[in-house]
Write a protein that binds this ligand. Structure first.
Ligand code: A2P
Length: 283
């Protein structure tokens, strides 16, 4: 891998740029539009948003402002929690297309496996949702489909009725939060692991005991963390609204972390927070 436009290949053959630009907690409006435009100008070719982030319209604006050819970009959005089940999945997907101002998305994910609204019948809700997503995929409106925050038990339930296996599982992964069992299971089923919060949603910067790596490699803690993610075989989705950080977060292809330092970072449990429990989220 030599730059942010290098690809991983999903199980259906679709190529996905090896770093994505995260937009969680980037507010709708100028902030999101300019962050996305800047990211594309800096070299990102993969943008990650979600219905729940409330910024799809501005993400779309940013894409248009960049002037990039649509087909040179990989765009992901996610189905929000209240929109599970067959009909609403389809109608809310159409709304996402409208908000983004696109006529297809590259990747559509179920955001959470067991939201409040479907806590007692989540298996059925996910099964119906997935059927709708499979149809949208077969209709060519989505180039790949997947899930987010799914644990092995949620995936296993999905496989009971799925015709098409998810191609991606997007979960929280950062130094010290490696979710080994989820990663192993997802890979066994052919999924690529995307890493949201690769900087621990900013918490990595408070972790004193990994700071020495910054001087050792002459790289920022953000770059060390993103590099760790790439060497783990994950697809990191760093978020920033700051131009300099946006640029530096993809300047991670001119160094390599040693096996020893990789192990140290993986084992730095809790320095940047752990994984959420998707069965008990308050939404
Ligand atoms: P900002 O948007 O102001 O740059 P994560 O990607 O794990 O969700 O982390 C995002 C958080 O980390 C945001 O608060 C973001 O703030 C901050 N951040 C992103 N890149 C950097 C960087 N290179 N240096 C310091 N903070 C960063």
């Amino acid at each position: 891998m030599t730059n942010a436009t290098d690809f991983l290949t999903l199980s259906n053959g679709v190529k996905i740029p090896s770093i994505g630009f995260g937009t969680w907690q980037t507010p709708e409006g100028e902030a999101a539009a300019e962050a996305v435009r800047t990211a594309i100008e800096a070299g990102y070719r993969h943008i990650d948003t979600a219905q729940a982030y409330g910024n799809e319209k501005s993400v779309g604006d940013g894409i248009r402002r960049s002037g990039i050819n649509r087909d040179d970009l990989f765009v992901t959005t996610k189905l929000t929690n209240d929109n599970h089940t067959y009909e609403i999945t389809k109608s809310s997907f159409e709304q996402s297309l409208k908000d983004l101002g696109l006529d297809y998305v590259d990747l559509f994910l179920i955001h959470w496996p067991r939201p409040m609204k479907f806590r007692d019948n989540w298996q059925k809700a996910n099964s119906e949702t997935w059927k709708a997503m499979e149809e949208l995929y077969e209709d060519g409106k989505i180039r790949a489909i997947g899930v987010s925050n799914f644990m092995p038990l949620h995936l296993s339930a999905l496989f009971d009725t799925a015709k098409i296996a998810p191609m991606v599982n997007q979960i929280r992964l950062c130094p010290g939060c490696t979710q080994d069992e989820v990663v192993r299971y997802s890979r066994e089923k052919g999924m690529i692991l995307e890493a949201y919060s690769p900087l621990g949603t900013g918490r990595i910067f408070d972790a004193d005991d990994i700071r020495f790596l910054s001087s050792k490699y002459g790289k920022s803690i953000a770059q060390i963390s993103i590099r760790w993610s790439l060497q783990m075989g994950f697809l990191p989705l760093p978020k920033s609204v700051n131009e300099e950080r946006i640029r530096s977060n993809i300047d991670v292809f001119d160094f390599e972390l040693s096996d020893e330092d990789m192990e140290f970072l993986s084992g730095s449990t809790g320095v940047a927070g752990g994984a959420p429990d998707p069965d008990n989220m308050p939404f």
